[in-house]
Design a protein around this ligand. Sequence first.
Ligand SMILES: [Mn+2]
Length: 400
Amino acid sequence: MESFENIIKYIKKIKEKLNNNIYCTGAELEKDFYKINKLIGIGTNDVEYKNLNTLFKVQEFLINEVCEIHKNENDLVNKKLLSKNINIKKINKHINDAKRAFDIYCFNDSNYDYVFIGDLHSDTISLKRILSTCKFFDNVSKHKKQRLIFLGDYVDRGKAHIKTLEFILALKFIFPEQIYLLKGNHDDGTMIDNQIKLCVKKEDDEKNEDYFLLYLNDILNNDNTLREHIISLYLKFFNSLCNIVFVNNKMLTLLVVHGGIPRPKLDNTQYYNYVTSISDLTNDEIKDNINKTIKNNMCWSDPCDTKENLRENSGRFKFTIEHFNQFQSKIKFDLLIRGHEAEKKGYKKFFNDRLITLFSSGIILKNDININNETAYSEINPKIIKFNKSGQIVLLDLNN
Ligand SMILES: [Mn+2]
């Protein structure tokens, strides 16, 4: 077992080797990256961690570093543009690339390819396959311009909550300019009077260990100080994540969120009169009829092909093509990419191909046998989306 100091030294060394162009091949980089996990001493599942203390010290280091990276992504030019405009196409050219303001990322460098990754839900087997499918380590070692954008829902449901977060944190720390992370509705929670409050509903037949924060609470229950400290650390990481991404190249402008569009509020014939700037989308002061913010709406809502059963008074409401049309013509994006729903094929298109649902955890085959014992979605054929600089949208099957 390595000491936590040595593990951190090792992680920093990878970053240093990258900066000094020491890696000749993607394979070398990949090997070094996956060794982090081995050094911490993890089995297949979270319960097999050999030394929780070392693990949490490494996680604490990574969370603090990643939160600092997130803080430094803030940009004043974007802040001004997003607060004064509602039409994203009008400001795309003036925006600073790969920066954030109001928890909204904007990308407008047309030389990049983008890869979008849907819900992972505590599944590193799919995550590993994702990184190999998009040739992540190869591309980094060859300085190819590729960015990975994760749509959120890193934890819950699957078997490897802590391990998935460890991968995600290490990726953002080592590759801050290739990895960008959005917040999903599961990447949330609060601690009030030492009690965990989940932001998702746990059904009676579900176990505590299916939920990251409850699981964490259980395994740390004998040490109150550590428990409080570790849980608030993870919450600090969740709260540092962006809610919305705009990706613009010469061909298309994409809106990327975890859930969907804001709640419609009819005013004459218009649903979105209450949204007057792009920064309004993450303005906590604007609340809907059930006291939810727009960013909460965009983390939870689902597209719907019919007008029935829209669950209008629920946090998880549905929106129709009518709502979508109005929101789209207001913001002026071309395509919305979102996660949030476990589609059997790993994706589903809506509204004449102007919205795609994407799901990236599921069955992972080796010699026609499913090797994924971490996923809660073994019925699903996981996909990722590649958005090429030529403007092409390509669905990639993790089993091809
Ligand atoms: Mn979700």
